[in-house]
Design a protein around this ligand. Structure first.
Ligand code: SF4
Length: 267
């Protein structure tokens, strides 16, 4: 619970997802035991769905090197042959590539996807930018974007389906056609098969909520965009639909240019 990468823009601070997280990192040491029970039950009913690993925390935080909770979860997922969609910013995923390969090759794909999905594992790496300097401001505890790209390439070379989740795109920082082009080109050049995109959400008004933290960092490093950013969000937690549609259209056009899918279309 919680995430030691602690990205400035992380939506869990101030959202309902962060209501019960401890101030320090919490480790759910009984997660394998609970997952075992749940998957055993699901498998008995032959009720297979794709398991998503890594949403409100990263499954490969540095603490995972010692705790190996994610590794235990993967062993259970393999044992019951569930397919997996894993999202990370970390290079540590390479440690588990043998286990992930076993899941990839043996997962039972849900019937409605079977004719279209050839992989039991889909691996996504998340990026808000590939600019090292910008990343060092907003996500300083996570492995650098270029290390993520190298890791993506390694996993692609091992035969995995890999891609990028460009989320959140940072308004007036990484949302220009040029910046999006650089990101999508880099993903393509490192074996990425898809890019998914999502805008920034800024929740909460408290001092440790992500909206306050984000504006604080803008004031310090990007004072020139604080006013347009606040205008974009006004009283909302997300940018206008018009802005979001503009980003989706740009990403879709650039993805077409580089012949990379802008959704996880299945093959
Ligand atoms: S890696 Fe993801 S979950 Fe962790 S702090 Fe960053 S945005 Fe939040």
């Amino acid at each position: 619970m919680g995430c030691s990468f602690d990205c400035v823009y992380c939506y869990i601070h101030g959202s309902k997802y962060g209501e019960h997280i401890p101030s320090a990192l919490g480790v759910k040491i009984n997660a394998p035991e609970i997952l075992y029970r749940q998957l055993k039950n699901q498998a008995r009913k032959r009720d297979y769905g794709i398991i998503a690993l890594g949403s409100a925390t990263d499954p490969y935080l540095p603490q995972e090197e010692d705790y190996k909770i994610t590794q235990e979860l993967l062993k259970i997922i393999y044992r019951f042959h569930f397919p997996l969609n894993i999202l990370t910013k970390s290079t540590l995923i390479l440690r588990d590539s043998d286990l992930l390969k076993k899941i990839d090759e043996s997962a039972i794909i849900p019937l409605d996807l079977k004719s279209r999905l050839k992989h039991g594992v889909i691996i996504g790496f998340s990026f808000s930018t590939v600019n090292e300097k910008v990343a060092s401001i907003f996500e300083s505890n996570a492995p650098s974007p270029w290390k993520r790209l190298e890791t993506m390439q390694n996993l692609k070379d091992e035969g995995f389906m890999v891609g990028a989740v460009l989320m959140p795109i940072l308004p007036f920082i990484s949302d220009s056609p040029d910046q999006l082009d650089i990101m999508i080109k880099a993903v393509k050049e490192h074996g990425g098969e898809f890019v998914l995109v999502g805008g920034l959400t800024l929740y909460g008004e408290g001092p440790s909520d992500c909206k306050s933290r984000y504006y604080h960092i803008l004031e310090k490093y990007f004072p020139e965009i604080i006013t347009p950013t606040k205008t974009l969000f006004k009283f909302r937690s997300y940018p206008s639909m018009k802005y979001q549609q503009k980003i989706y259209k740009m990403v879709s056009d650039i993805a077409n240019k580089y012949r990379i899918r802008s959704r996880i279309s299945l093959e």
